[in-house]
Design a protein around this ligand. Structure first.
Ligand SMILES: *Cc1c(COP(=O)(O)O)cnc(C)c1O
Length: 368
């Protein structure tokens, strides 16, 4: 029998979350961002649920090919554009739209042999200083692109660094608008945080929004809002079972480094999940976890294949919590209780994105 660990992708939740993103940006077209194998959920597994989007955005050419192989004929956008000259041939073959964020990509386009001009998204660096043309060189990049026979329509794009936080988007909006005012073309600016928090402004929603994390049911601004606040449902549950129990007395410790020490008699369970499954080792004692759908806490250091859980609240509730009990690391338990991935991520000092993307290859995944 395989280890009892299992990740479940909830296709209905993906559909629901996509409709939430649409509702928050009613007049915009929605890119479903499926980079990083759909944030760890699997491109093929999520495709049917997300095909109601207007297009798919991703980075990896193999993932673009996978979408075409699944039968998607609508728009696909390469968010980082091409990496080398021959990628443009694949863009032509698969009809991919691509981001242009630097002069080298324009050079490559100018060398590209094609009879079918390509749709490009010209990216401005409006303050994040990751990818894109500086505002003052944006217009000349646009002019250069516009003169190329290889280029069809040019859309305008930027990305917010602080849509989820206190700094907000005002400054970057101002820069973008100032330097694009009289340029034609569709606009795409907003990620999930901008859609949910700032989507009230039509200029923020623009023509296309790029919804990523919201589709997967995680709050982009956890700490200020959780997934329930935003009406999002978890798209992934990670579950396992208790494969051992121990009865401790005062002074007994749990796991490597003896990081947790019992103050009195207590019963603990050992769950079949560890950092080699993608559960963060940085989750300290006290990280929330569900056993039989009842909220309890982890104990001691997370090992490679196992972690300790406190069974005290389960005994009190009179629930059988011994060998074989259901453990929910994040997501939905069988009794309907939900533990948000954001809460677990927060315990590890990170964000839900990282946990879903880090689900290990050894974990079997099913869809419901
Ligand atoms: C990943 C990404 C997004 C989606 O961001 P979320 O925070 O997951 O909604 C949008 N735009 C770009 C350019 C991205 O790289």
């Amino acid at each position: 029998m395989p280890r009892p660990i299992l990740a479940t992708v909830h296709t209905q939740a993906l559909r629901h979350n996509l409709s939430r993103a649409r509702a928050a940006a009613p007049d915009a077209r929605v890119w479903a961002v499926v980079k990083a194998n759909a944030y760890g959920h699997g491109i093929a597994r999520t495709f049917e649920s997300l095909r109601g989007a207007d297009g798919f955005a991703l980075l990896d050419l193999d993932e673009a090919k996978a979408l075409r192989d699944l039968g998607w004929r609508g728009p696909i956008l390469l968010l980082e554009g091409v990496f080398e000259q021959r990628d443009l041939e694949l863009c032509s073959r698969l009809d991919l739209w691509h981001t242009v964020h630097c002069e080298q990509q324009i050079d490559m386009l100018s060398q590209h042999k094609t009879n079918v001009p390509q749709r490009v998204f010209l990216k401005m660096n409006s303050g994040m200083n990751r990818l894109g043309f500086a505002p003052h060189s944006y217009r000349s990049a646009w002019t250069r692109l516009n003169a190329l026979p290889q280029v069809d329509e040019i859309s305008l794009m930027a990305h917010f660094s602080d849509a989820d936080g206190g700094k907000g988007i005002a400054q970057q909006m101002k820069v973008f608008q100032q330097y694009t005012q009289d340029l034609p073309g569709e606009r795409s600016l907003s990620n999930s945080a901008a859609i949910l928090r700032h989507g009230g402004g039509a200029e923020v929603r623009a023509d296309w929004v790029r919804a990523g994390i919201a589709l997967y049911g995680s709050a982009p601004d956890f700490g200020q809002h959780d997934a329930v606040d935003w009406g999002l449902q978890p798209a992934m549950s990670l579950s396992t079972k208790i494969i051992g129990t121990q009865d401790l007395v005062a002074g007994d410790s749990v796991g490597y480094g003896s990081c947790f020490m019992a103050e009195g008699a207590m019963r603990i369970g050992v769950a079949a999940c560890g950092y080699a499954d993608g559960y963060p080792r940085l989750c300290p004692t006290g990280t929330p976890i569900l056993v039989n759908g009842v909220r309890t806490r982890t104990l001691g250091r997370v090992s490679m294949d196992m972690l300790g859980v406190d069974l005290t609240p389960l005994q009190r509730a009179g629930v059988s919590a011994g060998f074989g009990s259901e453990v929910t690391l994040w997501g939905r338990a069988r009794n309907g209780a939900v533990l948000s991935i954001d809460e677990v991520a927060h315990s590890a000092g990170t964000i839900g994105y990282e946990l879903m993307c880090a689900l290990a290859a050894r974990v079997p995944v099913s869809a419901d």
